[in-house]
Design a protein around this ligand. Structure first.
Ligand SMILES: *[C@@H]1O[C@H](CO)[C@@H](O)[C@H](O)[C@H]1NC(C)=O
Ligand SMILES: *[C@@H]1O[C@H](CO)[C@@H](O)[C@H](O)[C@H]1NC(C)=O
Ligand SMILES: *[C@@H]1O[C@H](CO)[C@@H](O)[C@H](O)[C@H]1NC(C)=O
Ligand SMILES: *[C@@H]1O[C@H](CO)[C@@H](O)[C@H](O)[C@H]1NC(C)=O
Length: 343
């Protein structure tokens, strides 16, 4: 009996893989419409692979395509014509092409009402494409030439949780409350390697991961993270932060678990929350570290029990700061859970 059951189950698995719940006529139409330049695997009929083919334009895409792979080509434009029938797309990978903002035909993306993942890394965009479909969950636009975020481009994008804009040309005036308005469910935003000199304004309170490495940020407004009650991962490596630009309690926010401030100009260890687990302070100008200046709780109250209110730091980097060993004993006393310290 068990054997029969597993046989039946095998059959249903094969059936599901073959058709992906696709009616036979659709399956045939899909396979017949496969562009010559592309590969349409019969056992995965909703996927169309046209990557690495030297394509200069998008071929006519079959109507029942959900997953479309066009990365690593020479495509310059995103034209409505070729994508006219591709209204069911869930996943569109256009990484490493030559698409300019002028080449994105008006309405070509907003017409894809199921599109959840749009990848356009390593293209020649100068602006965030607009309008975008409300179904979008992940938008990757890293390493373009984006200097503009059109006002309202994210309005109504209530599912967008990942926005990757690293390696672009964004300046402070592009990342504003107006341009980011509508990102109501954003979890991760990557603005690393742009040209920001101040912290971005208008991030939604859902933000959990904020990546700002490799900008020119000099200071953080007091209470900046108060508006971001869920922020847990803050990366500010390779900026221009000096201790005078870091208000006393700005990072003392209980939600932060991972704080990276490597390669800045800090002269003092900032005040950290008790719950912080990872702290990167390497390659700054910190000359001296003492337990009393680093420990988030008073050293006198520490005893041998490690309870919930005990500091949770596990990983600490202080190398590249000219701090002379040995590691002060009160740092070890303070951070009982510390498993790695680089000095
Ligand atoms: C779209 O589908 C119609 C009907 O199946 C077909 O005649 C037409 O050639 C298709 N257009 C493109 C651009 O694939
Ligand atoms: C950090 O925040 C906690 C909780 O709000 C507070 O008790 C503590 O005094 C603050 N640390 C410093 C040095 O102000
Ligand atoms: C670091 O600071 C403490 C207290 O201010 C002081 O006792 C100690 O000598 C300093 N260490 C170095 C290496 O400057
Ligand atoms: C937790 O540990 C801290 C520091 O060791 C101590 O001050 C505090 O009284 C302890 N709290 C409880 C509930 O045991």
């Amino acid at each position: 009996m068990a054997r029969l059951l597993s046989f039946i189950c095998l059959l249903c698995l094969v059936g599901a893989a073959l058709g992906q719940d696709m009616p036979y006529e659709e399956l045939m139409a899909q396979i017949q419409a496969c562009p010559r330049e592309c590969h349409c695997p019969p056992n995965f009929p909703r996927a169309v692979y046209c990557d690495n083919k030297g394509l200069k334009s998008i071929p006519n895409i079959p109507p029942y395509t959900w997953y479309l792979y066009l990365q690593n080509n020479l495509i310059e434009a995103l034209s409505k014509d070729a994508l006219r029938n591709a209204t069911q797309l869930r996943w569109l990978n256009l990484n490493r092409n030559k698409i300019t903002s002028e080449g994105v035909e008006e309405g070509v993306l907003s017409g894809m009402s199921h599109l959840a993942h749009l990848y356009m890394d390593d293209n020649l965009l100068s602006s965030v494409p607009s309008p975008l479909p409300a179904s979008l969950e992940h938008l990757r636009l890293s390493r373009n030439r984006i200097s503009k975020i059109p006002a309202g481009v994210f309005s109504g994008l209530d599912k967008l949780n990942l926005l990757d804009l690293q390696g672009n040309k964004l300046m402070d005036d592009a990342v504003t409350e107006v341009s980011l308005k509508g990102l109501n469910t954003l979890v991760q935003i990557n603005l690393a390697k742009n040209q920001l000199t101040s912290m971005p304004l208008g991030l939604p309170p859902t933000t959990t991961q904020l990546f700002l490495d490799g900008n020119n940020i000099e200071k953080i407004p007091a209470g900046y993270f108060k508006g971001l009650p869920k922020v847990a991962f803050v990366r500010l490596n390779h900026n221009k932060l000096g201790s005078s630009g870091v208000p006393k309690n700005v990072f003392n926010v209980s939600s932060i678990l991972d704080l990276q401030l490597s390669h800045n100009q800090l002269t003092e260890v900032p005040v950290i929350p008790s719950g912080l687990e990872h702290l990167h302070l390497d390659h700054n100008n910190i000359k001296n570290v003492t337990g009393s200046s680093v420990c988030p709780v008073s050293l006198d109250t520490l005893d041998d029990t490690v309870n919930d209110s005990a500091p949770r730091l596990r990983y600490l980097r202080l190398d590249g700061n000219d701090i002379k060993p040995p590691i002060p004993r009160d740092i070890i006393l303070c951070f009982r859970l510390l498993s790695s310290i680089v000095i």
